[in-house]
Design a protein around this ligand. Sequence first.
Ligand code: PAF
Length: 291
Amino acid sequence: MKILRTVAEVREAYQGGEVGLVPTMGYLHEGHLSLIRKARQENEIVVVSVFVNPTQFAPNEDYDIYPRDLERDAELAREAGCDFLFAPSAEEMYPAGYRTYVNVEEITEKLCGASRPSHFRGVTTVVSKLFNITRPKRAYFGQKDAQQALVIMAMTSDLNFPVEIRTVPTVREADGLALSSRNTYLRPDERKAAPVLFRSLQAARALFLQGERRREALLAAAEKVLAEEPKTQVEYLSLVHPLTLEEVERVEKQALLALAVRIGKVRLIDNLMLGSGLVEWEEDDYAQDNV
Ligand code: PAF
């Protein structure tokens, strides 16, 4: 595996061959590794980017303290099947005078976008740049960041990027907590409380699997579980159409059940897709088994 630091180095590193790109902000965990392994199965060349992207953090957010360990990331990425690790500096991606941004409208204002108004503009900008730099045939994103995956699908379609967006199921700890680099911020008592996010989603899904389709009933089941954990501060709990992210009154074919919760100072997100037929989402092992 080769580590590439500049756009020029990527341009020289490979010509031709089907490329699978796994964009990350590093501090790799099993969730990232599942994306890399999937990319390895489906592509001739696997590129993993490690870049803590400043434009997707607001000034009051955790850009400065976001965990970083490139040496460890390189070892893990290599073991999972990465050929090229692209780890540019902030100056390489955003040189002085940088002025161009990509913005997907409407769906970026909902859910996480309501409290992080500039976040998705930073994500779509950096992902566009990564697409242009690495020229992938396929790019891999986790379902844990469902809104991000949907926004990137919309951007890819709207801007005619010749890239297939592949989503990979959320990887969870044994107690259901979705893996995230930000889990490292949790104190032991907060870590103990954190699986309540997934438990609340599961409670709603159990009702859904029994045939309940009404928003009120599904959200009430999730809210009841969240209310049992005093450390939680719910930012949003939403049942939305999987393409428009508009709130729905009933699940017709498919809906995204998503939440953001603060536990202490740590903001955690999680989601489940209920039903099928609108967005192709790779099957989640937890979908049927663990409710
Ligand atoms: O999901 C992430 O880690 C980031 O938002 C991404 C897609 C790598 C863009 O910086």
